[in-house]
Design a protein around this ligand. Structure first.
Ligand code: HEM
Length: 397
């Protein structure tokens, strides 16, 4: 019989932010579900074992909609103009909104972007210094997805990095006051972007969403702005962190890095293993039971926030042999990095392509790339939501 731990099992301190996996191993061994207060003060039920996380992702009794919270869960306290998106709606509304954008993200459609994405990786790689130290996060990993998703929405180039910096401030603030400020900037920016585009439409995704609203009345104004917000945010956050942590992981496993350089055909397998091994989402996947439910043998009362920890599930030794070992030859390539069920990642094909292109270009162009500081000196974001490097200093020769 498993028990619920009611004490705070994660210290949420520098050690946790640097390497959360030791804490997850402890949590998984102790109990199936932990009831604790997250650093933002919200009480949460934390689920860390792969079997339970997988089952919960497909459980129709678990809603993504905050309206089902019985405890007034606030999360980021987003205004309706940012919150009416796919990750806060269920059933018919979810299907309606997802249909409006899914066409643009099918594998067939995304394949057409390959040449442009590869060209962007080469342009960014030109800024990596031949001599001296370059921060690969800032020079390369962050701008790539911001450029790709910015192009899809035709966001003016001069605004893209500012938008990305507000998203970072919202998700991983240096001090709590930054969150509200960042949300204000994001909302004002998107409202004005939508107004400008309405005035001068183009062939981008935002213009087609505006047409769906104005000509077809297929979504509300809040849903329009929220959808743009979610896709711009989700389209850059995880990809940039996976490129950065992914390259770090490869540099820390030089034998496998050499193999990849010699056989680039192994790169798709390496990307899948990186998604499993270096997953940025920590406590970011949230659900609300619409009735009392059992997870393992723990009763979770209706309407209380449940967090499904993908990073922990992907390292569960009951699911993966030698789960903490990075192995590009791993036979079992399935993982939960992109979610599962109705909310499965809309940008899965795009994200995979970007990570693949980013790593392929680095491996080909910089055969002597190496860390410029010892691993223990790398700085990680102080975020319990995403495990992400602040910077990745490298030298190219
Ligand atoms: C490869 C890096 C990526 C990772 C690891 C990732 C991860 C995830 C996960 C785990 C979910 C499920 C959330 C949940 O069930 O609550 C999700 C959903 C989503 N992702 Fe991604 N994502 C990535 C790239 C992208 C990209 C490039 C886009 C750009 C379009 C994107 C857009 C979305 C959207 C819109 C959803 C919500 C889908 C829905 O609720 O129907 N993601 N992502």
């Amino acid at each position: 019989m498993t028990t619920v731990s009611s004490t705070l099992p994660c210290p949420f301190d520098t050690e946790f932010f640097t390497d959360p996996y030791a804490a997850y191993a402890r949590l998984r061994a102790e109990a199936a579900v932990h009831h604790l207060n997250a650093p933002d003060g919200e009480p949460i039920w934390l689920v860390t074992r792969e079997r339970d996380v997988r089952a919960a992702l497909s459980d129709p009794r678990l809603s993504v909609n905050k309206a089902h919270s019985t405890k007034g869960y606030k999360g980021f306290s987003l205004p309706p103009a940012l919150d009416a998106n796919l990750l806060n709606v269920d059933h018919d509304d979810h299907l309606r909104l997802r249909r409006l954008v899914s066409q643009a993200f099918t594998a067939r459609h995304i394949a057409k972007l390959r040449t442009t994405i590869e060209a962007t990786t080469h342009q960014l790689a030109d800024s990596i210094a031949a001599d001296g130290i370059t921060d690969l996060a800032v020079a390369y990993a962050y701008p790539l997805p911001v450029t790709v998703i910015g192009d899809l929405f035709a966001v003016p180039e001069t605004d893209r990095l500012a938008f990305a910096s507000w998203v970072t401030a919202m998700l991983a603030p240096d001090h709590p006051g930054q969150v509200g400020e960042a949300i204000g900037h994001i909302q004002a920016f998107l409202t004005s972007l939508v107004a400008d585009r309405r005035h001068a439409p183009g062939s981008d995704l935002l213009s087609s969403l505006i047409a769906a609203r104005d000509e077809g009345d297929r979504l509300s104004e809040d849903e329009l702005v929220s959808l743009a917000f979610l896709i711009l945010m989700a389209g850059s956050e995880n990809v940039q962190h996976l490129i950065t942590s992914g390259m770090l992981t490869l540099l820390q496993h030089p034998q496998q890095l050499d193999e990849l350089r010699a056989s680039p055909a192994l790169l798709p397998d390496a990307v899948e293993e990186l998604l499993r091994y270096a997953h940025p989402n920590q406590m970011a996947i949230r659900r609300f039971p619409m009735e009392d439910i059992l997870i393992a043998d723990v009763v979770i009362p209706r309407g209380e926030a449940v967090m499904l920890c993908l990073a922990s599930a992907n390292r569960d030794p009951d699911r993966y042999s030698d789960a903490d070992r990075f192995d590009i030859h791993r036979k079992d390539k399935s993982h939960l990095a992109l979610g599962q069920g109705l909310h499965y990642c809309l940008g899965a094909a795009l994200g995979r392509m970007e990570i693949h292109a980013a790593l392929a270009t680095l491996l080909r162009r910089f055969p002597r790339l190496r860390l410029a500081v010892p691993s223990h000196e790398l700085r990680w974001r102080s975020s319990w939501r995403s495990h992400a490097l602040r910077e990745l200093p490298v030298t190219a020769n």
